[in-house]
Design a binder for this molecule. Structure first.
Ligand SMILES: [Zn+2]
Ligand SMILES: [Zn+2]
Length: 80
């Protein structure tokens, strides 16, 4: 039995996540893990669950948010 760092639930099937900077967390659900550890978009604040876009150590949810914040010339798709 371990306790979820986010909600405090004691649960038999917790799991632990270790990030590359050494930060660790024990959680009873992915919901709690996401709430506690997922990056937030530096422009709109939404949770970044996919790869996102990283510019100058900041994470954005999509190229739009990265573009309007940094001026980077990136796009989600390349058309004709
Ligand atoms: Zn929890
Ligand atoms: Zn965003």
């Amino acid at each position: 039995m371990a306790t979820c760092d986010m909600c405090g639930n004691e649960y038999a099937h917790t799991f632990t996540i270790t990030k590359d900077d050494g930060a660790k967390g024990t959680f009873d659900s992915f919901e709690c893990a996401v709430h506690a550890m997922a990056p937030r978009c530096a422009h709109c604040g939404c949770t970044v669950l996919g790869h996102g876009v990283e510019i100058d150590d900041k994470t954005y949810c999509c190229s739009h948010c990265a573009r309007v914040t940094t001026g980077a010339r990136i796009t989600d798709s390349v058309g004709v």
